[in-house]
Design a binder for this molecule. Structure first.
Ligand SMILES: NC(=O)c1ccc[n+]([C@@H]2O[C@H](COP(=O)([O-])OP(=O)(O)OC[C@H]3O[C@@H](n4cnc5c(N)ncnc54)[C@H](O)[C@@H]3O)[C@@H](O)[C@H]2O)c1
Length: 358
């Protein structure tokens, strides 16, 4: 019997990889699942041998459950998390923490008051690719970091996603969808951001699905901006659904004595490359850490272990809130024609041990 018991709320697409990976974690088990749509819960329980399905309210009232795993849609994240906290449960959720900053703050405040923990995705920064990049920075391979670039460029989702509408509604757009991966990675490598400026644009009023259905676009779909990190580095970020093609790297960290090429922050593994000052080329660095396959859920496993060991968990609510504040700031800066001061701060999450198992 594993010591920490979790209950899943939201048995949709992303829940499968969590259920698959949670089978192997040592400290936690998923013992029940629930969904607004009971059939979804029953299907996932059957496919992944979850002992029981129940209603959302029954799951929240279940005294056996320590952590609520909230994999609902972004618009329901705060509501479900607040209910779980009210019921005295710890919560781990998919990204983002919430859509509005006000709701995100309410989740953090409620958890602090109840003495429960909140954590959440993305946890790709705990993967072997980004942990190797972190180790190289901390071991001094590029010297003092002075700048960073991060680019997510695409032509949107309507050509391949079966239900693309919500990507073009408030809470969607490339920043709220993909920004969490890029920004969480940047701050986990470089620490807190202190101010942000940006320009945003809705390049196309309407998107058209392959069947010819029109989707009105209600949010900016090209967001570009600058970040000033507290450590003095300056970041340049673009997230876009408006680019037909591009040759930009995903992410680079530029230091006094070298440049680090960081792998795709939406994945756990990937190639890490370094170009040292005076060298002609980038050189491939073997990954120092494991967790290079799709390891979604290691943030949850780390939180479960942290509860047992009474230590901080890495994919935590402070990190999620800081990222949410930055994502909003790109948009607010553009609307208000100015730099936006970021009020929240994070502790850089501790590096994983090289042989870390969960
Ligand atoms: N789809 C992806 O590729 C992907 C990747 C990474 C992260 N995510 C994140 O995972 C989360 C879920 O995405 P998804 O793709 O699995 O969505 P989905 O629509 O496939 O699944 C969401 C599930 O939550 C249920 N649900 C919605 N509101 C609920 C409520 N109030 N109470 C109980 N159940 C509720 C729905 O019935 C559905 O079964 C989102 O936050 C998304 O950002 C998705």
């Amino acid at each position: 019997m594993k010591p920490i018991k979790a209950g899943l709320i939201g048995c949709g697409f992303i829940s499968s990889i969590y259920l698959e990976n949670c089978r192997n974690f040592q400290s936690m088990d998923i013992v029940a699942c629930a969904d607004l749509n009971r059939e979804n819960a029953e299907r996932q329980a059957r496919d992944f041998d979850i002992p029981r399905t129940c209603s959302v309210d029954e799951l929240l009232a279940d005294p056996e459950i320590d952590i609520v795993l909230n994999l609902t849609i972004p618009a329901a994240h705060a509501e479900i998390s607040l209910k779980a906290i009210e019921a005295g449960k710890h919560v781990y959720m998919e990204k983002p923490l919430s859509i509005s900053l006000k709701d995100g703050r309410a989740v953090l405040d409620a958890a602090a008051e109840k003495g429960v923990r909140v954590g959440g995705a993305p946890d790709t920064f705990l993967g072997g690719g980004i942990q190797t990049a972190l180790k190289l920075i901390e071991d001094g391979w590029i010297g003092r970091p002075v700048a960073a670039t991060a680019f997510f460029m695409s032509r949107g989702v309507e050509k391949w996603h079966p239900n693309p509408d919500f990507y073009y509604q408030p809470g969607g757009g490339p920043m709220f969808d993909m920004g969490p991966y890029y920004l969480t990675t940047l701050v986990s490598l470089l620490g807190s951001v202190k101010r942000v400026t940006g320009s945003v644009q809705t390049s196309f009023d309407v998107r058209t699905t392959p069947e010819g259905r029109s989707i009105p676009v209600e949010v900016p779909t090209h967001i570009t901006g600058s970040l000033d990190f507290e450590n003095g580095a300056v970041g340049t970020v673009i997230t876009s659904f408006d680019s037909v093609g591009n040759n930009l790297p995903r992410m680079e960290i530029h230091g006094e004595t070298g440049t680090l090429s960081v792998p795709d922050p939406n994945h756990f593994g990937g190639e890490v490359l370094v170009k040292k000052l005076g060298r002609k080329q980038f050189e491939n660095v073997p990954l120092t850490h494991g967790w290079t396959d799709n390891s979604r859920g290691i943030g949850l496993a780390d939180m479960a272990e942290a509860l047992l060991e009474k230590r901080p968990h890495r994919a935590n609510d402070q990190l999620q809130y800081h990222v949410l504040e930055i994502m909003h700031a790109f948009h607010t800066a553009s609307e208000e024609n100015k730099h936006i001061t970021i009020n929240s701060r994070i502790e850089k999450p501790a590096a994983l041990a090289m042989q870390q198992i969960f």
